[in-house]
Design a binder for this molecule. Structure first.
Ligand code: SF4
Ligand code: SF4
Length: 420
């Protein structure tokens, strides 16, 4: 289950990348014949599904697995359901994948009875490009009083959010107005990387200039450096009344409220095997194979595809993995550049301790995680205080995949507690 470290001989830089001052249009990927949608609910063999093979769907139609489902997805095309299958993510969570065969003649997206309330936005717009956190905003669990719109990217090498912020500044302002109307938030801040070509134009919003040094754009770091709030172990920003929203999600919300319909075109940063950056505009559900083909990126057996970025991403081994609402970046590593598996135990070099921004005793924590002692890891060695920056894995002399151990550890801890 544990995957190897993503770090290679050509290690990533530890400063965020900047978008070009005058970026060209992204490469538009044609709508594929078969689109794959992931629905965050597993198939229950004892129940009859609402979605069935052969069903016709409209562009913009909400799709539920069961009559009592709360999870939904939205079809980005008019077409026909051609399959329904079990899907497992990198942590073993089970959900459902749907394949939709797209019609040749595409119609306009259906319009919604979209009202200016968070419940209505959550009812129709969860799967917009940028993945607006509408479910969290609509939840009664936390009262959100502060929104932070992030015009920077959370992982290295990605420029997706910076690109969207630079190109659609007016839509960000419109989206902020929508958010102010539909949420309880009274304060809205915007983060912009300090050297970004996006300078000015966001007034009267208060702008936080974030450092170019990784991991300054991660929510826990923004809370600490700009809002003077320390994220307690095991808590989320929402627990503190703060919700982070990607610039792309804000732009998508603005457009959705203008048209009363959902958008489906996701901007994705692509890093090829040579480290060159490309930018694609692809319909949600497009298999990665189509994007690689558009950039003439050859993918060979045992090459590795990393979704999300070099520090926080996860590996997929299938070219059919679809573009998702929150997929800002995809990179591909040549099999020759993937380091050999290291069985070397921790040599106590202390580098992880020096680099951890929240002072976790990583060298001891990793021993408990390797031994699957998750409760001890949390109780004694601050597993839940980890902000998942991945820096410890980056510097590890023994090349232990610490970050993957941490993610798995948190996941298993969550399941243990849910079972208890
Ligand atoms: S990923 Fe590693 S370096 Fe980053 S906060 Fe967690 S333990 Fe510390
Ligand atoms: S960096 Fe790796 S080898 Fe060094 S102390 Fe940390 S876990 Fe051990």
């Amino acid at each position: 289950m544990i995957k190897r470290s993503f770090f290679t001989l050509t290690q990533p830089r530890l400063n965020y990348d900047l978008v070009e001052p005058d970026p060209k249009e992204p490469t538009s990927i044609p709508i594929p014949t078969d689109l794959i949608l992931l629905l965050n609910e597993p198939i229950d063999s004892t129940k009859d599904t609402l979605i069935k093979k052969g069903n016709k769907v409209e562009k913009g139609e909400k799709l539920y697995l069961y009559a009592d489902s709360t999870e939904y997805t939205i079809s980005p095309v008019a077409g026909t359901i051609s399959s329904l299958d079990v899907y497992s993510d990198n942590l073993g969570n089970r959900s459902t994948s749907l394949v939709i065969k797209s019609n040749q003649a595409q119609s306009d997206s259906i319009t919604y009875d979209l009202k200016e309330t968070i419940a209505s936005a959550d009812e129709y717009l969860r799967t917009l490009p940028g993945a607006p956190p509408l479910e969290r905003l609509a939840s009664d669990d936390n009262e959100i009083n502060t929104l932070v719109i992030t015009c920077g990217d959370t992982d290295l090498l990605s420029t997706t959010n910076q690109y969207v912020a630079l190109k659609f500044l007016n839509d960000i302002k419109k989206g902020v107005q929508v958010l102010k109307t539909i949420t309880t938030a009274t304060k809205v801040y915007v983060t912009v990387p300090e050297n970004s070509p996006l300078q000015g134009g966001l007034e009267p919003l208060q702008v936080f200039k974030t450092s170019m040094a990784y991991p300054s754009n991660l929510p826990a770091m923004v809370l600490k450096n700009h809002l003077n709030l320390v994220l307690p172990a095991g808590k989320t920003p929402e627990d503190m009344g703060v919700c982070f929203i990607a610039a792309e999600a804000v732009v998508s919300l603005a457009k959705a409220y203008q048209t009363k319909s959902a958008g489906f075109e996701k901007i994705v940063t692509i890093i090829d095997k040579q480290g060159n950056q490309h930018r694609a505009k692809a319909t949600i559900g497009t298999p990665l194979r189509n994007i690689f083909n558009a950039f003439s990126i050859q993918v060979s057996e045992q090459d590795r595809i990393i979704i999300g970025g070099p520090m926080k991403g996860f590996a997929t081994f299938t070219l059919e993995h679809p573009v998702q609402p929150d997929m800002d970046m995809v990179m591909i590593q040549d099999r020759e550049d993937i380091p050999e598996i290291s069985d070397t135990p921790c040599i106590n070099c202390g580098k992880c301790l020096q680099t951890c921004p929240v002072n976790i005793p990583v060298n001891i924590l990793v021993r408990y995680l390797e031994a699957a002692q998750y409760e001890e890891a949390a109780d004694k060695y601050d597993l839940e205080a980890c902000i998942e920056c991945g820096l410890c894995a980056y510097v590890c002399t023994a090349r232990i995949p610490i970050f993957q151990y941490i993610q798995l550890g948190k996941h298993e801890l969550f399941k243990l507690r849910a079972d208890a």
